[in-house]
Ligand binder design. Structure first.
Ligand code: HEC
Length: 201
């Protein structure tokens, strides 16, 4: 006699396993057994899943970003506008040519070095713009604060795009020129620079 699959039992087993998983998940969460400390890495599965969720979310949301006419992320002049922003607001976490990230910046997930071409090439121009403008939830990744224009964001995206090929000498020169020419409060904002230029004329 041929064995027949007893669908009723299969459904009961699946429902039972589902309920058990829910109870186990509830116990782990409500008893605080999951370690949220930045010094305790996720399991590989959780880490890969969270990274996958982040990448898919960025790719989906960035599909609505349009590069404005005249913006080219390979343009060195556009990138140079962002030296103040990058050196103050990004380098402590993401390193810079010839500079490690700040030694006290112990974050999980760790901020990847944006001097590494593999890290930067993983993202399109539109995706870099989206990440820099919006930040990433539940990581240390900041969003650009209100008061910054999209021009500022494009300049920073251009800076990041060009960073892996930037020499430490060039980076140092840009930082020194920026420090000699600007006050801390403007930190290289394109809109602020435009305002200053208008005042100067
Ligand atoms: C306080 C630390 C911190 C600061 C400041 C910061 N970031 Fe991040 N950033 C992170 C972390 C952490 C991640 C990784 C997020 C993840 O893996 O989900 C990240 C991710 C990114 C990524 C995606 C890289 C990748 O593949 O994971 C880009 C691009 C980026 N940051 C650009 C910037 C820029 C540009 C600035 C400055 C305007 C900046 N970040 C400032 C912590 C920071």
């Amino acid at each position: 006699m041929k064995d027949k699959i007893n669908w009723k039992s299969v459904i009961i087993v699946i429902a039972g396993l589902g309920a058990l998983t829910l109870v186990a998940g509830f116990l782990v969460i409500s008893n605080g057994w999951y370690n949220v400390g930045a010094t305790s890495p996720h399991s590989l599965l959780v880490e890969k899943t969270l990274r996958y969720i982040m990448e898919q979310s960025v790719r989906n949301h960035a599909s609505e970003v349009r590069i404005p006419p005249g913006i080219n992320l390979q343009d060195p002049v556009l990138a140079e506008n962002a030296i103040g922003h990058y050196s103050i607001a990004c380098a402590p976490c993401h390193a810079a040519p010839g500079e490690q990230k700040a030694s006290w910046m112990v974050l999980y997930p760790p901020p990847p070095p944006l001097t590494d071409s593999e890290v930067v090439e993983n993202w399109s121009d539109e995706e870099l713009f989206w990440i820099i403008k919006n930040g990433i939830k539940n990581t240390g990744m900041i969003a650009l604060p209100p008061g910054h224009s999209d021009d500022d964001v494009w300049a920073i995206a251009a800076f990041v795009r060009q960073l892996p090929n930037m020499t430490s000498e060039h980076y140092r020169t840009l930082v020194e020129t920026y420090q000699a020419n600007s006050t801390h409060s403007t930190h290289g904002s394109v809109s602020e620079q435009n305002k200053q230029l208008k005042h100067a004329h």
